[in-house]
Design a protein around this ligand. Sequence first.
Ligand code: BGP
Length: 482
Amino acid sequence: MNIKTNFPDGFLWGGATAANQLEGAFLEDGKGWSTADTALYTKERRSLASITKRMESKDIDFAMEDKEGIYPKRTGIDHYHHYKEDIALFAEMGFKVYRFSISWPRIFPNGDGEVNEAGLAFYEKLIDECLKYGIEPLVTISHYEFPLALAKKQNGWESRKTIDAFVTYAKTLFTRYRGKVKYWLTFNEINIIGMTGYLSGGILADNVDNFMQAQYQAAHHQFVASALCVNLCHEMLPEAKIGCMLARMESYPETCKPEDVMESIYSDHNNLFYSDVQIRGYYPTYMNKFFKDNNINIVKEDEDDAILLNGTVDFMSFSYYMSGVSSANNDGEKTEGNILGTKKNPYLEASDWGWQIDPVGLRVTLHKLYDRYQIPLFIVENGLGAHDVVESNGEIHDEYRINYLRLHIEQMSIAIEEGVDLMGYTPWGCIDLVSASTSEMSKRYGFIYVDMDDEGNGTNIRSRKDSFYWYKKVIDTNGSDL
Ligand code: BGP
């Protein structure tokens, strides 16, 4: 199907991944342990909901650290040793940008202290490999992991001391990759900290009385750290742009009943609180009541307000997979969601994992965010997790994925025509990798299939799916041939 393209020249087409979901080599070349290496270790721990519960029930078994596992989270898709082959495949699709994350404990095995040269060298090679093909690296400084040593030492982001450790880590990256990396993100889906403090926040439930207080205090420390990094990036790398990253939850009122509309506004508050702080540079007043109702008292230093105000981001990035429903009444059918469950929307179909597919919702959200912030937007995650079938001749016919992406790209195109400033699009898991919420390999998003099962068995051989050829054409034609 042909539609008119509205994508500007230089639109950043590409794909996205995260270190802990694809690299493997989890203790190689001096890397330290991260929370991601422990949190999702066994089958029983495969759901995000169960991790949250586990954290709250103060039941993390760190003895697991010492054990080798078959579980693929640790082996990923061995990208650490296959990065050249993988980037060559991205280049074949015509990627203009590749979003990946750097593993903090690969650079600082203990989170602070001694720097690991081998870790810095690995990402330098990876970045150079991207640049060789004219692919711009887009680096997420922290994506769903935290150095375990620092979690144990100072309870992760609950401690103000973590701000210094993070800024030192970021400064080390800015120094080393100066002139090579133009696009940076501080924290992946920063709003996750308000839901599961452990994975991205290194908060150990054993050490806190009021877990919610710890999570929001941790969020405050991340805001300050992020703002300091934004400033540092502007000072050190004037040609670079640095953004925030939110798991966007678009949630419609269930009906036109005013109470349902109000619930939808509350849902936006709960979600947009994080980007409001990072883009506007101050706490929104709507959080005051929430903090009071939940006995949350954010401890701030005198300089924090000024730091937030002076460290606002250049662009807003977000993930978008699905939409939800807000309602004043809790009855009715529910479905799974990206991070949170939601009521079922009768107008939408859902993925095999219950995520409600809503391309128009992407346009709704693009407008809502652009109206609210008036800064460039970047969709850094989107896609369909699906069970793929390899035919006997080795082909993978993933037309369901092509349809999902096509419908979303069409809505992006319309939004651009309607005035939204959109910088780029990096679909999630451009190469199959381990799922964040279920730890399965069989929940696949990629254009590139990787032969590996849920238990970590397989040849690790990469093959091109039908969507690979389709996406290559989309990029070649700058979105005019979908
Ligand atoms: C986002 C995360 C990613 C990624 C994606 C898909 O929330 O930033 O790390 O995994 O969701 O989710 P899942 O892997 O659970 O299907």
